[in-house]
Design a protein around this ligand. Structure first.
Ligand code: GLY
Length: 398
């Protein structure tokens, strides 16, 4: 009787989560065990090699490590990876290192000239507070959220991404990611206007950033006074009309995350449509790690040779795992994410211990047309890979 009841409860839990995945075995699959060993080794070596406040970002063309100081948009990812590494392994050494590398970023709380404070603070201090509950992390998070919110323009209905002088009021699709910080800060610091701004930004972005096929432009330049669209451009894609791979990944993640926070069905529908665009794209390679721009073959005619972007794949995997828990037929998203994670955990992408400047993944692209970070490791590829593995493990356990 007891057994029948537990089978029944198990089946109900599976139905509730929208999954048909029935694996209950707690032993990690060999690929996951190997990946976790590599992660643990690389993170420990990196945190003993690099100095807090000078975080590993990528690899220079001469093979040396490229470091990020507190002003660099990627600076929060290494401390964030250490926090996720701790959650994956429960190894206290990683938590201690995570704290050291997080606290070195205190000055980020004063940065006002970019939307990237979301990435910089929420991935470092945000994870630190979520995991430890230590209130010492809150003042920096409060200042950063207010600075991010101050960039919201009600006329445009969006947060300004950059202050570069050649744009009027640029909003990049990447900005969707920073809304998570505002949603969290809205509840934490009792500031409903933060969540209102996040919702408005997400709705404005649906209106102006997407094409009919649900691919996204990279940059929309607005008139700050009237809120009208001045131009639709790219910054890191191959052309203005192309689908830059990481941009599509940011979009997918952004709307799944907005739905998680706001429960607005419009956001869920947007996430599903973006997922369809990505998953059905004819140029998606068999291993499901996209080339750096989905349209690069058409634009440059570089069939086969275009470098892959493991960072886009990692963000897509993490986003699809989130989406898999939000819909009834989430198994297709889970399976796709699992395929990506298996690819990234294979020798083709996963570093060998001690190599790759102690980064975990190889083969990402920062900004191809600027000749910057082509086919290198990237700190944010590692961060979203770890986040995805953490989610994957949690869903599998259900
Ligand atoms: N947010 C900048 C990038 O994705 O490269």
């Amino acid at each position: 009787m007891k057994k029948t009841l537990s089978i029944l409860l198990g089946a109900m839990a599976i139905a509730f989560n929208g999954h048909t995945n029935t694996q209950t075995d707690k032993t990690p699959a060999p690929w996951l065990k190997k990946a976790t060993d590599v992660i643990s080794y690389q993170l420990k070596q990196a945190s003993n090699t690099y100095k807090p406040g000078q975080n590993p970002r990528s690899t220079n063309p001469d093979g040396s490590v490229r470091l990020a100081n507190y002003k660099d948009w990627t600076t929060g990812f290494f401390p964030g990876s250490l926090w996720y590494g701790y959650e994956l392994t429960r190894d206290k050494e990683l938590a201690n290192q995570a704290k050291r590398f997080t606290l070195a970023l205190d000055s980020v709380r004063y940065i006002k000239n970019t939307h990237d404070v979301g990435f910089m603070l929420y991935c470092s201090y945000g994870n630190a507070y979520r995991i430890t509950g230590d209130k010492a992390y809150l003042p920096a998070l409060a200042d950063g959220a207010q600075n991010l919110y101050n960039r919201f323009n009600p006329k445009v209905g969006a947060i300004r991404s950059w202050d570069f002088t050649w744009w009027h009021f640029p909003v990049i699709i990447d900005n969707m990611m920073n809304l998570e910080y505002l949603y969290w800060a809205s509840g934490q610091f009792k500031k409903p206007v933060y969540a209102d701004a996040a919702n408005t930004h997400a709705l404005t972005t649906i209106k102006n950033h997407f094409r009919k096929d649900y691919s996204s432009y990279h940059v929309i330049d607005y008139d700050a006074k009237t809120g009208s669209v001045i131009a639709k451009r790219t910054h890191q894609g191959v052309t203005d009309e192309s689908a830059w791979a990481r941009g599509q990944a940011w979009a997918l993640y952004g709307y799944a995350m907005c739905y998680e926070n706001a429960k607005n069905e419009t956001f869920l529908a947007q996430a599903e449509n973006i997922a369809k665009f990505i998953m059905n794209h004819p140029t998606m390679p068999k291993d499901k790690v996209p080339v750096w721009d989905f349209d690069v073959h058409n634009a440059l005619g570089v069939e086969e040779k275009a470098p892959r972007d493991a960072s886009a794949a990692a963000v897509i995997a993490s986003a699809l795992l989130k989406l898999s828990t939000q819909v009834k037929d989430g198994q297709k998203y889970f399976n796709y994410a699992e395929d990506i994670l298996k690819s990234l955990s294979s020798d083709a992408y996963l570093a060998k211990p001690g190599e790759n400047n102690f980064f975990i993944l190889k083969h990402s692209v920062g900004a191809f047309l600027y000749n910057s970070e082509i086919d290198t490791p990237l700190d944010y590829a590692d961060y979203y890979y770890l986040e995805a593995l953490k989610q994957y493990t949690a869903i599998k356990k259900h």
